[in-house]
Ligand binder design. Structure first.
Ligand code: NAD
Ligand code: UFG
Length: 338
């Protein structure tokens, strides 16, 4: 298929572009590089054997999108382009509404104008808000606890409404749980700006000596060892799920939300121990107060995605830690030095 990948230079998008190329799909990347760096394109060229077709395009720019659609006959769009930091979204909610929601509206309008009616959308487990029970299936109540989460919820709803209005429109929203890890080559991975918000990149930077110690947010949660439990999923498994979703879109009626997780909860301390084994480094830590907005346990029931996509996770927590550490060791400053 000929696929437009919006946000394809980012963490999950770049891994997905490699998986798409390996399956013989033709990709055009549209990214404004607001949270990624052009050197990733050279890494993609090394991994796929050909320079990616990438354009500096903001999805809020209707004219730029129209020109892109006019020059290509896309079969489908994969939409990763969004801002994603929860804390930042509380400080700058309007930027998040504009970038994520306006960007999605402009993209949907451009798709309609070009008669492209297949979409794979990056959603998040954040649409479940504070889950009432685990594992979480797709019929669980939806809510939001912060502006970022609200944008994901609204974007899903917009896509659902477009599907209702136009029965020919086919969309899958992939609700990712906690993506971690990197390509096993160590050539592409997650390159956060500044202090990482998320657990795995923070642990990587402690292991590399860039940060003194991990702060564990709460040791008194009602979990296996008192620390928070999440459903970590290897980014390589996530990338494969996008290829499966793309190839199954044709059989979808309307809007289909699917959970992407391993279906297994792992605590902060369990992840930390697995990382120490994978890296051979000790990770100093201190248990501090709970982080505002955190919940004890979040993990997916991924059975619907498994059934409908014919996909399941293959890579365990050891592979997640090994690959995250390889990426960190080979690229101590992310893409900065390439
Ligand atoms: P990322 O920031 O690495 O990638 C997003 C990419 O989109 C970046 O390259 C950025 O430059 C680009 N972008 C942002 N706004 C844009 C715009 N207006 N126009 C064009 N390009 C734009 O993030 P990621 O971790 O790869 O996440 C990809 C998607 O998955 C996001 O939509 C995110 O909300 C969602 N998601 C991520 C996680 C996670 O933990 N990483 C979890 C759940 C959902
Ligand atoms: N944690 C720490 N110390 C840290 C960072 C995290 O103890 O320095 C703990 C958290 O308290 C939590 C676990 O590690 O128990 C995972 O935290 P992350 O920040 O890595 O991930 P979250 O589950 O909090 O949130 C992530 C994304 C959200 C998204 C959510 C569901 O950041 O945007 O997954 O997909 F909504």
């Amino acid at each position: 298929m000929h696929v437009l990948v919006c946000g394809g230079a980012g963490y999950i998008g770049s891994h997905t572009c490699v998986a798409l190329a390996e399956r013989g799909h033709r990709v055009v990347i549209a990214d404004n590089f607001s949270n990624s760096a052009p050197p990733v394109l050279e890494r993609l060229a090394r991994l796929t054997g050909q320079a990616p077709d990438a354009r500096r395009v903001d999805v809020r720019n209707a004219a730029a999108l129209a020109a892109l659609f006019a020059g290509h006959r896309f079969d489908a769009v994969i939409h990763f382009a969004a801002l994603k930091a929860v804390g930042e979204s509380c400080e700058r909610p309007l930027d998040y509404f504009d970038n994520n929601i306006s960007g999605t509206i402009t993209l949907l309008q451009a798709m309609r104008a070009a008669d492209v009616r297949r979409l794979v959308f990056s959603s998040s487990a954040t649409v479940y808000g504070e889950p009432q029970s685990v594992p979480i299936d797709e019929d669980a109540p939806l809510s939001s606890t912060n502006p970022y989460g609200r944008t994901k919820l609204v974007m899903e709803q917009l896509i659902g409404d477009v599907c209702t209005a136009d029965p020919g429109f086919q969309a899958i929203s992939l609700r990712y749980f906690n993506p971690v890890g990197a390509h096993p080559s160590g050539l592409i991975g997650e390159a956060p700006n500044g202090v990482p918000n998320n657990l795995m990149p923070y642990i990587c930077q402690v292991a590399a000596g860039k940060r003194e110690r991990l702060q564990i947010y709460g040791g008194d949660w009602p979990t296996v060892d008192g620390t928070g439990v999440r459903d970590y999923i290897h980014v390589m498994d996530l990338a494969q799920a996008h290829v499966h979703a793309l190839e199954k879109l044709d059989g979808v009626r309307g809007h289909l939300p699917l959970n992407l997780g391993a279906g297994r909860g792992i605590s902060v301390l369990e992840l930390l121990r697995a990382f120490e084994t994978a890296s051979g480094r000790e990770i100093p830590y201190r248990i501090v107060d709970r982080r505002v907005g955190d919940v004890a346990e979040v993990y997916a029931d991924p059975s619907r995605a498994e059934r409908l996509l014919g996909w399941r996770t293959q890579l365990d927590v050891d592979a997640m830690c090994r690959d995250a550490w390889r990426w960190q060791s080979m690229n101590p400053d992310g893409y900065a030095e390439t």
